[in-house]
Each structure stands twice: as structure tokens, then as C-alpha cells.
Ligand binder design. Structure first.
Ligand code: GLU
Length: 472
């Protein structure tokens, strides 16, 4: 949709859904049920800020109950509104389905600018919001499990957990009421970087597909590719990090104050520190400033990673986008109109609802850890290491040769929690990429990868409804 019309994010999700539904044979009633948001909770509550009372507007939307609990982040931003939260909740349903995470989709949001409040005020707002969720049974390890999103992080999740635990004393699985917690409060190692790492694994898998790379006129592999990242929040920062470590060049980074570029490549940590010190990414040593953040979206590059908010590539600027691959690290960064324009130009759009599913995938691992009350690797790590040592001793004894120390260390190592989380995430992202591409190949009439991803998601959710049966 162009800038002239009022943009509806939920409308865009519905449009993409309808485009894909044509490639399925499901009952129209089931399709309609999948599309709708099952429960919408809009709240207003008062919080004392300084000596004034502020009325805070907030939401929690549960898009689908075909599997429970519902799952999805909580966003703190002035752009939060019902349409946005509904769209994000719907994307969570499809996201979870694609990566086989057994949750329904949900999303929450508080319409505030977190930068305008002290930590103490934010804590009061977060705790009061949690109270409201508890009152209406919109939170709990078996009902609805929030997580971080734009404007929130581990600190807010710890406040939510503490509020929940204090109101539900003795609930044995209470730790599973929220994910993205600090590791000391029941979080899982690897959750913080999960979304960015998942984006990298997904794009790396696409870049390992010879037919796709050939069509795009690109060499195989991530190494040597030029990457532009929009947004240096948690997701953008980690995506940039893994692309750089994978041998790609991050030639530009954009934030809302502007963008910087350097053809030789930028180091995300140095840029992050510069921004922390000066309050802006601009004037980073060795880089050139771009006046507007949006200019970065139109730079010539192999891979564009929008990792901030929705609706940044639309009918207006899509014709000027020069990237060959767009990896949607954010939720909904492209409008349906942009999709059409980019598909016609032969740009490969790797869609949000699976590419950024790394966050919720590792949230699922965290929730499982909370329900099992034991850290991953605790039981088997030493057993594996002892067994591996025995194998090496046998090999050395039989061959009369020594295994070198580096190799020995690597072979002996039993899996830690973070090893298991990364390997589970890698496996999930690779399988999801292949499943979507296979679906696309089986039906060449499907116009783009987003539509293929929706087809995969719709088939899974509809199968689940069918197997559950509809309550008479
Ligand atoms: N907010 C993240 C997302 O949009 C993570 C959700 C979760 O972990 O539940 O996918």
C-alpha cells in the first residue's frame, strides 16, 4: 500500500493469507477460523508517574488456540495499536506452525515510549500490565506465555515473572509463564541471540541452494556477500554479528537517526559502542554518513536485512530497492504491494514468519526447560565426556598414535546447554527453509517464498483443527 492510504498491518497479513489460501483445498470455514483473532484484550490502567496519574493503554491478543499455550512477545512502543498487535499475533501462529513449535500465536503491547520513563516507572507499568493479564487469565505456563519484543528485554521478563510468582504462590511450573528471562531467573542460554542467529541460519541455507543462487546470479554461500542491516537492536545486532563472522561484509547499518556505510565492512560491536558513547551511529570512524535511514534500504547489496519495524519497504520505495535477497528479520517490514514489485524484479524475499522464528524456537526450549526443572545437558554431559575419553584411549591404544590435543578436546566435549540450544535452532531453521522451498517447487504457480511459507503454515494449522475436530 502506498503512503497515501491508511496502512493496516492486519489487513496486509490477511491479504498474504488469502493469496496463499488459494493454493490449498481447505474448507472455507476452517480458513476463516484460522484467519481471525480468537481473543482480544484491550486495557486501560492508571499508573502514578511522578505526582501525576497516567492512563496507560495496552493490549494482549491471542490469535489462535489450536494449540496451547499461546505464545508471543510484548512490545513497548508508541506505535502499538490494536491493528498492529492483531497482525503480530497472527504472524506468531504461522511462525510457530512452520517451525513445529506447539503453540498458538499471541502478541502484547503497551503504547508507551519506554525512553520517556525511568526504570522504576517502567517496572510499575510492567507489573501492573502483568496484573491485568493475570486477572483475565491471559498469562500462565499453560495458557499464554509472553516474551520480549521491540522495546522489551530480559529485565521486563524478570518483572513479569516476579509479579506472576508472587500472585500464584506454589504453582510448580510458574517459571514457564514467560520466556526470554535472564539465565539466573530460569532463562535458557542462547535465547538473547536466538532471533539474529536464526536469521543467519535461514539465509545461509538459502545461499546453499544452487538453483536459487543461480537464478539470483549470486555465488554460493554467505561468505563474501554484501549485507545491509536496518536496526541495531537485539535482532539486527546479532544478525550483523553472525553474517560478519560467516565471512559476509556488513556494508551499511541504519538506525532511526541515520545510516552509515563502509564498503570494507562494519563491525557491529564497534558501531554499537560508538552509538552508546555519542548517542548516534553517525560519524562512525572510517564510515560515510547517509542523511536518511531509508537511504540504506535502497543501497546496492546482495542481502538486505530489515530488523526494525513493519512497513519500511512499501509501494513507494520498493522500485528503488537493489538488494538481491531480502531477509525479513523484523515482523512485517514489507507491505503486500512491495511483495508484488519485488517479485516482479526477481528479488528473493525470505519471509519474516519463518526467518525470525529463531526467537520463539528458543523460547520453546526455555519453556521446556522450565517445565522439566533441569538445565539442558546436566544429566548427560559428563557421561558423554567419559565415554568419548574411553573411545580416544582405545583408538590411541590400537593405533599406537596420539590424537592431537585440539582434536581431543573437541571430541571429548559433552554438550553444554548452549550447544544444545544452538544445534536445536540450526536444525529447526534448516528444516523449515527446506520445507518451504520444497512446497514452492512442488507448486510453481506459487508466486513467492512468503506465499509458500503461508501455504505450509495454513496446512499445518488446518490439519491440527481437523484432527482436533470442531467443538459442536
Ligand atoms: N517477539 C519474538 C517474535 O516476534 C519472540 C516471541 C517469543 O519468543 O514468544 O517472534
Amino acid at each position: 500500500m502506498s503512503g497515501h492510504q491508511e496502512y493496516s498491518f492486519f489487513g496486509a497479513v490477511e491479504q498474504s493469507f488469502d493469496k496463499a489460501a488459494k493454493f490449498t483445498n481447505w474448507d472455507l470455514g476452517i480458513l476463516e477460523q484460522i484467519k481471525q483473532c480468537n481473543s482480544v484484550y484491550r486495557m486501560h490502567f492508571p499508573v502514578k508517574i511522578g505526582d501525576k496519574i497516567e492512563v496507560i493503554k495496552a493490549y494482549r491478543v491471542q490469535h489462535s488456540h489450536h494449540k496451547t499455550p499461546c505464545k508471543g512477545g510484548i512490545r513497548f512502543s508508541t506505535s502499538v495499536n490494536l491493528d498492529e498487535v492483531m497482525a503480530l499475533a497472527a504472524l506468531m501462529t504461522y511462525k510457530c506452525a512452520i517451525v513445529n513449535v506447539p503453540f498458538g500465536g499471541a502478541k502484547g503491547g503497551i503504547s508507551i515510549d519506554p525512553k520517556k520513563y525511568t526504570a522504576y516507572e517502567l517496572e510499575k507499568i510492567t507489573r501492573r500490565y502483568t496484573h491485568e493479564l493475570i486477572k483475565k487469565n491471559f498469562i500462565g505456563p499453560g495458557t499464554d506465555v509472553p516474551a520480549p519484543d521491540y522495546g522489551t528485554g530480559e529485565r521486563e521478563m524478570a518483572w513479569i515473572l516476579d509479579t506472576y510468582m508472587s500472585m500464584k504462590p506454589g504453582e510448580i511450573d510458574a517459571l514457564g509463564c514467560v520466556t526470554g528471562k535472564p539465565v539466573t531467573q530460569g532463562g535458557v542460554r542462547g535465547r538473547r541471540e536466538a532471533t539474529g542467529l536464526g536469521v543467519f541460519y535461514g539465509i545461509r541455507e538459502v545461499c546453499a541452494m544452487p538453483d536459487i543462487m543461480q537464478k539470483l546470479g549470486l555465488a554460493m554461500g554467505v561468505a563474501g556477500k554484501s549485507v545491509v542491516v536496518q536496526g541495531l537492536g537485539n535482532v539486527g545486532y546479532h544478525a550483523a554479528k553472525y553474517f560478519r563472522e560467516g565471512g559476509a561484509k556488513v556494508i551499511a547499518i541504519a538506525e532511526y537517526e541515520g545510516a552509515i556505510t563502509n564498503a570494507a565492512g562494519l563491525n557491529e560491536e564497534e558501531v554499537f559502542q560508538h552509538r552508546k558513547k555519542t548517542g548516534s551511529i553517525l560519524n562512525f570512524p572510517g564510515a560515510t554518513n547517509l542523511a536518511s535511514s531509508n537511504d540504506a534500504l535502497e543501497m546496492a547489496c546482495d542481502i538486505l536485512i530489515p530488523a526494525a519495524l513493519e512497513n519500511v519497504v512499501n509501494g513507494d520505495n520498493a522500485p528503488r530497492v537493489k538488494a538481491k535477497i531480502i531477509g525479513e528479520a523484523a515482523n512485517g517490514p514489507l507491505t503486500p504491494e512491495a511483495d508484488e514489485i519485488l517479485a516482479a524484479k526477481g528479488v528473493l524475499v525470505v519471509p519474516d514468519m519463518y526467518l525470525n522464528a529463531g526467537g520463539v524456537t528458543v523460547s520453546y526450549f526455555e519453556w521446556l526447560k522450565n517445565l522439566s526443572h533441569v538445565r539442558y545437558g546436566r544429566l548427560e554431559k559428563r557421561f558423554t565426556e567419559n565415554q568419548n575419553k574411553d573411545i580416544i584411549n582405545q583408538i590411541e591404544g590400537l593405533t599406537g598414535k596420539k590424537v592431537d590435543d585440539n582434536a581431543k578436546e573437541k571430541i571429548e566435549h559433552g554438550a553444554d546447554e548452549v550447544d544444545l540450544v544452538y544445534s536445536g535452532l540450526e536444525e529447526t531453521m534448516i528444516n523449515a527453509t527446506r520445507e518451504i522451498i520444497d512446497c514452492w517447487k512442488k507448486n510453481p504457480a506459487i508466486p513467492d517464498m512468503r506465499t509458500a511459507a503461508y501455504v505450509v503454515a495454513i496446512n499445518k494449522v488446518a490439519t491440527s483443527y481437523n484432527e482436533l475436530g470442531i467443538f459442536p
